[in-house]
Design a protein. Structure first.
Lengths: 161, 713
């Protein structure tokens, strides 16, 4: 049987959306919960907590990861970008604008993760066609089923890039 | 888009879209609350029996733990007097912790509340539970043997003498279809953030029914109904799972009252498969009698579905069977079988989704038997009126749907023989099925405030689960006032607003449009006076404001269906053509093309409406090929209780979707003539896929999902 235990806190320092943030946290705190509960950045969503749905996708040093699959303390010194960090001077990031114009969502819950994944994907060498986009976006589930519009949105941004 | 409207029918961007693409939309678990504490559940590890010992000592002593809730440790909860009209319906009639019995695996046996999520989750593992295990039943046959099958008289329909007509029929079909347990899997985890200020309970809750949720919860807690307020400005999908009150919401409310601290309860994904609903298993026997030239003479649809041991939930498989086609002799029956699984609940397109898989597969089998084109078979049996209700249709463009779908798909090039259409290594299969859903309408109260600064605000206690309700409301006000949609504030998702409809049964739009239109016209009337009409920014706009001498006017409207409900039958129709590609050498099956045509009355927003139907098709392809909740026979546990093992459609599996919305106003349903559109796209699609699979492979799969294993068998 497990027994009750008290866990000493450790400090973590990282840069989130261009701002340095530090906190004293238990080492067992998951990055997703750290973003949402400690930093109050609730744009990043929890859909499964198992790395299966992609709703928690954020960028770490420019690459997309599922924030529910790593501990916050593993990212000491890292640069994170979340959905809250995409706008510039009140202007939507082109990927956000494309999702809006192409209606690449319905309920909006997977949308932060879809957009973060799509932002990273633009810089990945995946090939030009729709099939490549569909494959590369398959780590992000959308139960509303807006995939066709998501693909159109991403391709519109890639064509302009 | 109809020519007589300026905004309605336009493909406008989603009204609340900016909040969603920026992450600023606040879902239930996102609301900031100071000194919030967290809940974690302890779930039953057996499927039937009794808790003989529950020791929470170690959990209570764990760091950060504030309370452990279980049977005997919580104040009394009450069974509610269910009344949908009054806003009371719980998904499970049994309040959590009512007794120490276990009815299904994954039932709440305790809840730990702690300062942090990590502490709560850890301490939940410290709760010791000992069970006296009893035998459990999981399948329909086991359930029938132990508990019997309960006939459901409310589901029955009978006209003519179907058994005699079947006996006489020149051609007969008698086949049985099964559909598995399916899970809603809304992306947002069911979440409740409950706050108690000493006399009033405030819940940020993921609910499809802000009108009913507080009333139901108040009744269960024994509070006056005005002491519970529910807010849900954003809901991350529901598909039925968030229609009615589930135990975790009750437990969050109980905990906040006990502790006087805000309590956040985010239900982990695995518990969604046990204690937040599912589509039940169904078994359906279809018998059809027909003439040699394809006219239906008899139709029997006898179905069974499971329910839990705590609440009866009926999956109305035969809902549309008496109405969809013309037939003089029809019988529909349904039986309910209790088993030891969590309580089922409506899942998008309840009843008709499994129902049309059976009915539309059976019609395809009849077409094959008769060597008749499947679309032609439907055309031969179109109903001129609703033969069950015995009234004319309010509108019915079923035949147009059939013909338009055939035309867009290129159906005339179809060769009838199985496996006759090849492209390289692949065999093409082309399948057809109809879609249908009742066009329901409920009551709504709406308030519209027009302001002299050129803005407006609409209030209604309805909600948007992703279905486009924000956009629909804004479009109606914009249409009637000429205000730009972005100047219209749509205030929904708050139980303190005037009564609005549930987001279920595809009735929110048809219910809201007449009420919003009425309230807007009333507001305009207050501004422009008797006998005059006018719109924002017209010549008389500024002068009208000067005359009324105020900076805002308010219009209210209560709208509900009238006598037309009895005089007409209201129903939406549709048609699916599906292409599958079957590569027998490597046993690979994929859906490559779907053409769907839907008659859902007037379309209010072409962009969000199309997305609804496309999304329904995506879910329907999952239903066809992938989705199935599997229970472990010895334990009753859900084997695939996560989003990797319960397989839903991912982006890579997407075929080309071609959706057409006829966009013809229904003349009877109310202002602008919109019927609902949320569910119809999911009905029939699994049959269209199964029929296409038969056309490609010659294998008739009568048991969903259509897996490779079944094609190889």
């Amino acid at each position: 049987m497990p027994t009750a235990l008290s866990i000493p806190r450790v400090s973590v320092n990282l840069e989130v959306n261009g701002t340095s943030r530090s906190a004293e946290i238990e080492p067992r705190v998951v990055l997703l919960d750290f973003l949402r509960e400690t930093l109050g950045l609730t744009g990043t969503k929890k859909g499964c907590d198992h790395g299966q749905c992609g709703a928690c996708t954020v960028l770490v040093n420019g690459r997309r990861i599922k924030s529910c699959l790593s501990l916050a303390v593993m990212h000491d010194g890292d640069k994170l970008t979340t959905i809250e960090g995409l706008e510039r001077d009140g202007q939507l990031h082109p990927m956000q604008a494309a999702f809006l114009d192409h209606d690449g969502f319905q309920c909006g819950y997977c949308t932060s993760g879809q957009i973060m994944s799509a932002v990273a994907l633009v810089d990945e060498p995946i090939g030009v066609g729709d099939t490549a986009v569909r494959e590369a976006m398959s780590g992000n589930l959308c139960r509303c089923g807006a995939y066709q519009n998501i693909c159109h949105a991403i391709q519109a941004v890639r064509r302009r890039a | 888009m109809s020519a007589d409207t300026k905004v309605i029918g336009q493909p406008l961007n989603r009204h609340e879209g900016r909040a969603k693409v920026t992450g600023r939309a606040l879902y239930a678990a996102d609301h900031p609350a100071s000194s919030v504490v967290h809940a974690a559940g302890v779930m039953s590890a057996v499927a039937a029996g009794e808790i003989v010992r529950l020791d929470a000592t170690a959990a209570e002593q764990a760091p950060g733990v504030l309370a452990v809730l279980h049977h005997g440790s919580v104040p009394e909860l009450h069974r509610i007097d269910e009344d949908m009209d009054e806003g009371r319906k719980a998904a499970e009639e049994r309040p959590p912790f009512e007794d120490n019995r276990i009815y299904y695996f994954g039932q709440f046996v305790a809840v730990v509340i702690a300062e942090s999520l990590e502490q709560a989750r850890w301490a939940a593992q410290l709760v010791e539970v000992e069970y006296r295990v009893e035998p459990h039943v999981l399948t329909l046959d086991e359930g029938i043997e132990t508990h019997g099958a309960k006939p459901q008289e409310d589901e029955e329909s009978l006209r003519g003498d179907p058994d005699a007509a079947l006996e006489r029929a020149a051609v007969r079909i008698d086949t049985t279809y099964t559909t598995p347990v399916e899970a809603h899997c809304a992306m947002e985890l069911h979440s409740t953030l409950a706050e108690w200020d000493g006399e009033r309970l405030l819940l940020h809750d993921s609910t499809q029914w802000v009108f009913g949720q507080p009333r139901t919860l108040a009744a269960m807690l024994g509070l006056p109904e005005d002491k519970v307020i529910v807010k849900a400005p954003f809901i991350g999908g529901g598909f039925g799972s968030k229609l009615f009150l589930w135990p975790h919401t009750v437990l969050a409310a109980v905990a906040t009252r006990m502790l006087r601290r805000p309590v956040k309860f985010v239900l982990p994904r695995q518990y969604h498969f046990t204690t937040a609903g599912h589509r039940p298993f169904t078994r359906q026997r279809i018998r059809i009698g027909a003439t040699p030239d394809g006219r239906l003479t008899a139709l029997r649809h006898d179905s069974q579905s499971h329910t839990s041991l705590v609440t009866d939930y009926v999956e109305s498989c035969g809902e549309s069977t008496p109405a969809l086609y013309s037939c003089p002799n029809v019988a529909v029956t349904h039986e309910l079988v209790p088993v030891n699984v969590g309580t089922p609940t409506p899942m998008r397109g309840p009843g008709n989704c499994p129902g049309l898989f059976a009915l539309e597969s059976a019609l395809d089998e009849l077409a094959v038997t008769l060597k008749l084109d499947p679309i032609e078979l439907r055309r031969l049996n179109l109903p001129a009126r609703d033969e069950e209700k015995d009234t004319p249709w309010s509108s019915n463009h079923f035949e147009t749907c059939l013909l338009r779908a055939a035309e867009r798909f290129g159906w005339s090039r179809r060769r009838q023989e199985v496996g006759a259409m090849r492209e390289g290594r692949e065999i093409l299969g082309w399948g057809f099925a109809a879609a249908t859903w009742p066009a329901w309408r409920d009551q709504a109260d709406v308030t519209v405030e027009l302001r002299s600064d050129g803005t407006a605000r609409v209030e209604c206690a309805t909600q948007d689960i992703g279905t486009g309700t924000y956009s629909v409301i804004a479009a109606v006000v914009a249409e009637l006032t000429s205000l730009p949609p972005e100047k219209i504030e749509v205030a929904i998702g708050d139980s303190t607003f005037p009564r609005g409809p549930i987001s279920g049964g595809s009735m929110a739009t048809a219910t809201l449009v007449p009420a919003v239109a009425g309230a807007t016209r009333n507001a305009l009337h207050h501004l422009f006076g008797d006998g005059k009409t006018g719109v924002a920014h017209s010549a008389g706009w500024a002068e009208a404001w000067r005359k009324v001498g105020r900076t805002s006017v308010v219009g209210e409207c209560h709208a509900e269906p009238g006598d037309e409900e009895d005089a007409f039958a209201f129903r939406s129709f549709g048609a699916h053509c599906v292409e599958v590609r079957w590569d027998p050498e490597i046993t690979k099956l994929r859906v490559s093309r779907v053409v769907t045509v839907i008659d859902a009355g007037r379309i209010i927003n072409a962009k969000t409406a199309r997305n609804q139907v496309e999304g329904a098709l995506v879910m329907g392809l999952g239903m066809s090929l992938l989705e199935e909740t599997v229970y472990d026979p010895p334990s009753g546990r859900v084997v695939n209780d996560n989003l990797a093992d319960y397989r839903v459609m991912v982006h890579a599996g997407m075929p080309e979707l071609d959706v057409t919305l006829l966009d013809i106003a229904d003349p009877q349903i109310g202002d602008f003539g919109a019927k609902g559109i949320g569910e119809i796209g999911l009905t029939g699609i699994a049959a269209a896929v199964a029929n296409a699979v038969y056309h490609a492979t010659g294998k008739r799969i009568r048991d969903l999902p259509i897996t490779i294993e079944k094609l190889l068998a």
